[in-house]
Design a protein. Sequence first.
Length: 587
Amino acid sequence: MYDESIQRALKRHKIAPITLPAPLVGRLVANFEGENAISHIITGTAGDGKTYHCREVWTALGGDAGVWNAGDKVQTLKVGSRTLVIVKDLSELREDESAEIIVAFARDVADPAAATTYLLAANHGQLLEKLKSAPPSPEVERVTAVVEELLVTGRNPDAGISVGLDDLSRSPAAEMAMQIIEEVTSHDGWEGCGSCAANAGDGICPIFENRRRLTGKGPDDPFRRRITALIELSERNGNHFPVRQLLALVANSILGHPDARDGLMSCAEVPAIVQSGKADRASIYRNIFGENLRPSKAEKTELFRKLNMFGIGAETSNRVDNLLVYGADDPAYADDYARLVLADPIYGATPSYVGAQRVYLEGAEGTDRRAFLGALRAQRQRLFFTMPDELAATYDLWDLTVFRYAGLYLDVAAKVADRQAVPRQAVSMVVRGLNRIFTGMLAQNQDELVLATSGSYSQSKRSPLLDELISVPRQGGEEVSIITDGAGGFCVSVKLVRGSEIPPVTLSLSPTRFEFLGRVSEGALPSSFSLECHEDLLAFKARLLRETENRRRLDGDDEINEGELMLRFIDLAGDGRAVARRVVVRI
């Protein structure tokens, strides 16, 4: 799915193109048409739509689409009194070609009177590599420094270099996913399905059914919101979804079937699949995780590796499995079983699932239970995407993933973004988790942060000496809170206010770190769950220890009083709270 290939395919098959939002185009067109036009760089990861943006700018400025599709890597266009040079993809140029472009680019962006502006597209790594491999000159060095700063902070530190930069990998993929779903499912091409024999009478075409389910009931449809949640959580963990991967996800979700050629159904294959009684294996809820593909192919596909990180299908809870296994016979689950399983005869209570369930329950000798366990996995996946919100808490929806605290995480993220009060439950959980990591004990304190040490800054598992008790509610200049990190996420912030001399100490909370703190707060051993998270939080503790030492030094509290040193050992009271036991040591 490269932009150039898509344009040729559209022309060959006479298909109306999918039009995706390109928010940068209007701003870039206005820039290049303006009196004070500056050059611009579009960067991101492979598949983010860099070439797509360049083509849209080209055509919006009056460029000939036929000339663009001819395949030249560098295009020039007269815009007013200036010449615009567009490089489709800097990484596709030979070393000598890119060196020539970079030298000219650096010279012109450093010259306010230059008559040439540029629009360059390049991946992150290739952009810096091309800049650093270009023939050295003062202009190239200045431009390289500016681009590096723009990539990190988004600010241009050199007013003499007229260049802007947009990183498409920072665009929210969850929003783009919904727009892609809308464009694909509402495409005019679907009108042909109305006269298809596969949809006549009681016939159900799995392709058309998957499209119907993906279309959903509106913005509040749980299916769409759960897809959005998975993408958002993955991105907050540092796993970006380029537009190319989102297009692949939608296509695979609609067309997937393990018995189809290449795992993707065509209209010609649908009748045979339906007649074989295996239409349920086209379940869109399985296809989202690439289970229509061979395991080796799914594992090698980055898109499905990121989604399968959530473990949906493998993870479960007793209540969910009791519903799926015993719901048909247990009166306690009868109503929910009818609503969540029997109400979906296409991918829920299918003949194959009901038959495998009955064989499993009867447990005849020699019965192969693997078929039912595979069907159970598919049902867990379906429940995750279809369970109504009013039942989500009853069945602990997020227990169907490895991120049991993901629902709380998303709630906190939304409230922080809207500048609303963070749920007290989240703050208490984070503080309790931090206390257990800082002390190495099952401390129950959640209204104060117990900052402990082993007598040095070593990352020891158990720290018996109390350094500080920091109030969680704002008190005496101290506070522990969850605030925005300024980059679309949030962090835990510890304030040890002494005027402006001690800045807050913060730790960014990714879904993984948040989950780690949640698991520790409920009793998991820190080092057994995630060694990386454990080390990150011990490094956070070391920063806090340095700042509390700075505060004591500024207050003059670090001096030894009349040859005596006060040590405070940590004991656990009967209610599990960490309390200080003072011991005076004579020096």
